[in-house]
Design a protein around this ligand. Sequence first.
Ligand SMILES: [Zn+2]
Length: 294
Amino acid sequence: MFKSLITLIFCFSLIPHAFAEIKVRWLTVASVIIEDGESAILVDPAWTRPTLLNALGLSRLKSDEKLVESELKKLNITKVDGIFTSHQHFDHSLDAPVVARLTGAVNYVDENSLLISNAFKDPRIKTKMISDNGIIEIGKFKITTMKREHAAIRAMGTKFLPGAVPADFDFGFWQYHEGQTWFYLIEHPEKNILLDQASESRPDLIAGKTKKIDVLIQGIANRESDKVFLDGYLKIYNPSVFIPLHFDNFFKQFDGKDPGRLYGVKFEEILGKIKKEFPQTKVIDPVYGEAYSL
Ligand SMILES: [Zn+2]
């Protein structure tokens, strides 16, 4: 009797830990949802894709609400607490306000994303401003929002739509200017996560904030070279888990099926190099919507 009571108490003592397990799901392009069973943070939702008509200025490039709603349903995402947008290029910003409305999340914005959010003219979309090195607490997550630069697009040899989102933003394809680029240190009692959609590491900007990064989630699309990438956060922090972002072809309309790799991304090549140089790091080849425990 006494023994079974002890076993029961032991089992119950494990429950809070089990609920605090952090899971990450990749949701195309540079979008992930991070959940700990209590709170959920979603970054860069962009299921909606531009069409030729958008680029020609013949129709507005606006979030496809039906598509967003059906993907959220398929993924069983009913409640999100906070949404963040790393910058305002369409492949990062398109669906954030609509996801905020559908899930009840706060859309965490800066001056640029606020213009896009407000263009929906929907009071149900809740917004809150972020600031450089500001801290946002969502459940057990402590998120430090940090400004950084967006590199030139290597395939173009220049920056794509740099500068601020125009004040008269009205869903024009060419109005999705970069705005300000952000990245995130996400601390949690279980793990520290660094989430950076850019491929160029900026350890100087997080120096002094943490010594430990357990999980690195980073864009690989626009890397200057494999070497520069490998010498960045991976080498400095030796994370136990690495999840790449921004490797799928976002020029194709999203239909839930694998759209293939982004042109020139050399996904297998860079993942192979990471596995070889950092054998202690678990490298995840993310499958759309699949949950990975950290
Ligand atoms: Zn992008």
